[in-house]
Design a binder for this molecule. Sequence first.
Ligand SMILES: Cc1cc2nc3c(=O)[nH]c(=O)nc-3n(C[C@H](O)[C@H](O)[C@H](O)COP(=O)(O)O)c2cc1C
Length: 321
Amino acid sequence: MKIYLAPMDGVVDSIMREALTNVGGFDYCVTEFLRVTGQVCPEHMFFRYCPELEQEAQTKSKTPVHFQLLGGNPELLAQNAAIAVKLGAPSIDLNFGCPAKTVNKHDGGAFLLQFPDRIFNIIKAVRQAVAQPTPVSAKIRLGYEDKNLVIENSQAVEEAGASWLVVHARTKVEGYKPPAHWEWIARIKEKLSLPVIANGDIWTLDDYLECSRITQCEDVMLGRGAISCPDLALQIKKHKAGEEYLPYTWKEVQPLVKQMFHQCWAFGNARYPVTRTKQWSKFLSRNYPEALELFENIKRHRDPEPIAQIIENSVSKKHIP
Ligand SMILES: Cc1cc2nc3c(=O)[nH]c(=O)nc-3n(C[C@H](O)[C@H](O)[C@H](O)COP(=O)(O)O)c2cc1C
């Protein structure tokens, strides 16, 4: 079985990929989407979205990083995909799931789920521009406003030659509102012969087991669940291997937050460690009450210095079991 770390714009950048793949359990990561509008992107953009291109497109723990593109123009996407591969991307993923208004106005993401023929044309063009055996994959939602075209869209993905399909089990209109409709992934999987990867609302090991029972997919993609529970992929892998495993306590998560904070700070932009640490501690507070305490303590600070001190104090605080 394979576990993918989901692309998450503004959340899963190279620093988060490094932190989570170091914990373990992930087989692949995917970059945030690079939007392709009206031109071939300059090479530095590819390195900005995927600094791992400098290190064989792998995280420090050797997890391959796939490159995600978003757009509506087959030829331009094909040209940009070819550049990503030339720069070392091991795989190209095409985003047909992004619900953001700015994205849809620019013609891409979930907007295209209304047009199966356009999805077909885009994947076909990218497939032709990227030499085998480099994979080309697609990530879709169940539809735009409703689920009427989901099978047609999925078949378009397969017929165009995609290597696998990731399905986030919601429509664009459903946004991120629970529940994810895993039963639809089972319907899609039944109709296709290419590998299908299930995605949406896997927050715990039990969610994984239920999702994989309903969808019949062993392979999954974890997004918010992995940010909220950094060892979720590892918990799943250990369970599948029949090995005893004690999930991370806050004591094990804390150094990850500290390291992420300092790596972001080292980038030179003072806002970056501040916003990312607030964001991650909020996600983590779903599983760790101590993370909520951290969030409450840092939320009013705008500069990294006091946050560094708060993190330091909380790391050195004695933990009473
Ligand atoms: C903040 C945020 C940013 C996201 N950015 C992307 C993106 O860049 N590309 C993409 O394909 N999906 C993106 N997604 C969707 C996730 O990859 C995933 O499909 C979705 O969150 C459902 O999975 P989850 O319940 O495991 O989080 C994003 C989701 C969130 C919450």
